[in-house]
Design a protein around this ligand. Sequence first.
Ligand code: IDP
Ligand code: MG
Length: 380
Amino acid sequence: MPENATKAVIWDMDGVIADTALYHMQAWQKALRKKGVDFTEEDFQKYFGQRNEEIIGKVLGEEITKDEMDEIAIEKEESFRSLVRPNVRLLPGVIDLMKVLSKNDFIMALASSTPMKNIQLLTQSLGIDRCFQSIISAEDVTEGKPNPQVFLLAAESLAIEPGNCIVIEDAVAGITAAKKAGMLCLAVTNTHPRERLVEADLIVDTLEAVTIESLIGLLNNRLKKENRVYREVVVRKRSLDMERSLVLIKPDAMQRNLAGVIIGRLEEHGLKVVALKMLHVDKALAERHYAIHIGKPFFEDLIKYITSTPIVAVVFEGEGAVEEIRKIMGVTDPAKADAGTIRADFGTDIQKNVVHGSDSIETAKKEIDLFFTPEEIYTY
Ligand code: IDP
Ligand code: MG
C-alpha cells in the first residue's frame, strides 16, 4: 500500500468484477418458488444491487417474520454459492485495471451489498482476495445501496476523502449511492444499458476501455470545478460584426450533466444563445455534419460516439463568435488544450472532448443550417 495514498477506487463486485447475475437470479427463483412466488427476470432487474432483506421484504410483504426472512436469505445464498463456485469468471479488463491502478498509487476497497461469505468465495476463487485494503459487505451496513453508507464506510476504512474516491458500479442503485457519498462514479454497461447509468461521471461498455488518464482526469475535474470562480458576465451590445456559431454539447458531456456548465462558460463570455434544442443525432445527420472527416481512421468511431445518446445543439451569437468559441473550448485533444478551457477541464480524450464548435464562419453557416431552420433562430 502506498504510504501516503490520497486516492482510491472502490469496487462493486457483482456485475463489475464477476458476472454473477444469472446465478443470483436462479438462486432467488429457487428460494422463492418454495414460498409460492414466481420471481421473474423483471423482478430481478428491479431489485438488482439491493440487500437480501430489502428484496425479501418487498417481494413477500410486511407480514413475513424475521426468522422466515433469514431462512430464505440463507437458502438463497447457499444455492447461489453452489451455482457460482464451478462457474465464476472475471469480467474483461478487471485485472489489467487493478494493476494499472496500483501502479498509479490508487488504493482499493471492495464494497458490495452481498454477504461476506459470497465475497470471500468469489474473491478467493478468482485469486483477487489480496488486492483490497478493505472489504465492506452486507453485514457491515444497516442500509444497502442506494444509501451511501457502504461507500462512506469503505472510504473511512481507507482513510481517503470521499471526494478522492472513484466508485466502479454497474447498478443504478449503486451509482446513486456513490453520488450521494460525494464520490466520482465510473459505470460499466455490463448489466444495464447506458441510458440507465447517466448519473455516473463516466460510462464505459467494458473495463478494458478505461484509461488511467481518464480516471485521474475525473479527479482533477472535480477539483477544478470546486475551485472555479465564475467570471462576471459581460453583456455586449449587438454590432455589425455579429457572428453565429454552432455548438454541440456532445454525448459524453450530456451523460455527465455538463450541458449547463458548458453553456454557462460560453454565456459568461457574453455570447448569446439564439437557438437551442435537444436531439438524438441519427447516422445521416452525423455523416453530413462530419463529412469533412470521411475516410479518416477515427470517422466510424466518431459517428458512433456522436449518435450514442442525445445531445444539445446551440446557436451562439456574438462579435467574432466563431473564433472566440474555439478559444474558450480549447484544441481538439483535451490533453493538449490550454488550462481553463472547456476541453481541458472536462474532456476525457481526443474523441470524448465534450463540445463541438464551428471552425470558420463558412462552416458555421452550413452547420447551423443542418441543425436549425431559420425560424428556430431568434433575433433580439
Ligand atoms: P474539432 O472538434 O476540434 O473541430 P476535428 O478535427 O474537426 O476537431 O474533429 C472532429 C471530432 O472528431 C473531434 O472533436 C473529436 O471528437 C473527433 N476526433 C478528432 N480527431 C480524432 C482522433 O484522432 N481520434 C479520435 N477522435 C478524433
Ligand atoms: Mg472540426
